[in-house]
Design a protein around this ligand. Structure first.
Ligand code: AMP
Ligand code: MG
Length: 352
């Protein structure tokens, strides 16, 4: 009898230990899952705009810090306003000798020039003399005299950007010419971030840089990131529609992003290379989605200058995005339809 009781006690003890071990494993797995699904966020000011990040996983914080640093380096390298940047040096040497630049600067100029030459004169990297004349990003933006605009327009010609891949140099043909990468900088910054998330083993992150949003992968639970689209005439932060985004950048352009007023007239920051003045667009806001942030950013600016008719032809064909006009028509590309949701009712949604 005694031995049987002893045996039963042993079995009970063993069962208890097994149960304890199972519970411990379960707790560890749950903690691990929680850690993986926990998001970290960071906000900083860089490239003249707010940069917001949200990332998941063990390396999230470290990767976000690296992204912040990389974007500062990127700005130092490419801003026409930083005297030591590759771009400022190219501009300073315009009409003179070729300038040796970083390989990534050359690669971006190559891609930017190629895209710009496809824009049918809506997008020009050599628009800088006019951006500077208008003081678009300065403390004192102003309307330049027409004579000044007329004198600067002949400098706008992206064929005058001479790229020598073999020697790693760039040259602007005429003195007075200058490059401004503002139209593709933020989208390109999304590509910079993507590389860092990938290198650091971050599978899931969302980056917002001045209206450009990059979704890296999906959320840890597998659901995709949902992106909001705003009507600039409504209060900031309120989305009128949303859609999902994965491993792609959505770049948004509109006259509302940056502007100034003079004598009661509003002047915005997207210039028409043909007139040297703010583009007279019938588009309120346009968002373009592409796996390559540079391409998305290029097209958002270009579509705004093109205007509604030509922009809609692009968004119904090879392009993906959405476009809001002044009559509250919201046009949505086929590729976005499956996940598209209208948040505010007072818009007429047109699926392309
Ligand atoms: P985004 O916000 O991407 O539409 O870019 C606007 C910025 O690009 C401006 O602040 C200028 O620096 C530059 N930009 C303005 N108009 C043009 C244009 N037509 N082509 C290329 N860059 C432009
Ligand atoms: Mg752009």
């Amino acid at each position: 009898m005694g031995r049987i009781r002893e045996k039963r006690q042993w079995i009970l003890l063993l069962a208890g230990l097994v149960l304890l071990a199972v519970l411990l494993v379960l707790f560890a797995v749950r903690a691990q899952l929680q850690r993986r699904s926990q998001s970290k966020s960071s906000t900083t000011f860089c490239m003249s705009t707010v940069v917001d990040q949200r990332a998941y996983g063990a390396n999230a914080e470290e990767a976000m810090q690296k992204v912040e640093q990389a974007l500062r380096d990127f700005e130092d390298e490419l801003s026409l306003y930083r005297a030591q940047s590759d771009i400022a040096q190219i501009n300073a040497a315009a009409g003179g000798q070729p300038v040796a630049v970083q390989p990534q600067t050359l690669a971006l100029l190559q891609q930017g020039k190629e895209l710009a030459l496809q824009s049918e004169n809506a997008f020009a990297l050599t628009l800088a003399p006019l951006t500077l004349a208008w003081g678009i990003t300065s403390e004192t933006p102003h309307v330049p005299p027409q004579s000044e605009i007329d004198a600067l327009l002949p400098f706008v010609n992206d064929n005058d950007i001479l790229l020598d891949a073999k020697n790693g140099t760039v040259q602007l043909v005429k003195q007075g010419q200058a490059i401004d990468l503002g139209g593709i900088a933020k989208g390109t910054a999304c590509n910079v971030a993507r590389a860092i998330y990938t290198e650091n083993g971050v599978d899931s992150a969302l980056l917002s840089i001045g209206g450009n949003i990059y979704a890296h992968g999906a959320k840890p639970d597998g659901s995709e990131f949902r992106i909001g689209f705003r009507d600039p005439s409504k209060s900031a932060g309120v989305s009128i529609a949303s859609f999902t985004l994965r491993d792609a950048t959505c770049a948004v352009s509109g006259g509302y992003e940056r502007y100034f007023e003079e004598n009661g007239v509003r002047y915005h920051h997207i210039l028409d290379p043909e007139t040297g003045a703010p583009a007279e667009s019938d588009i309120v806001s346009v968002g373009v989605v592409d796996a390559d942030g540079t391409v998305a950013d290029f097209y958002s600016t270009t579509l705004f200058v093109w205007g509604k008719e030509k922009a809609l032809a692009y968004l119904s064909g090879e392009g993906t995005g959405l476009l809001l006009d002044a009559e509250n028509n919201l046009y949505v590309s086929r590729a976005l339809q499956a996940s598209f949701e209208l948040v505010e009712d007072d818009y007429n949604v047109v699926f392309l």
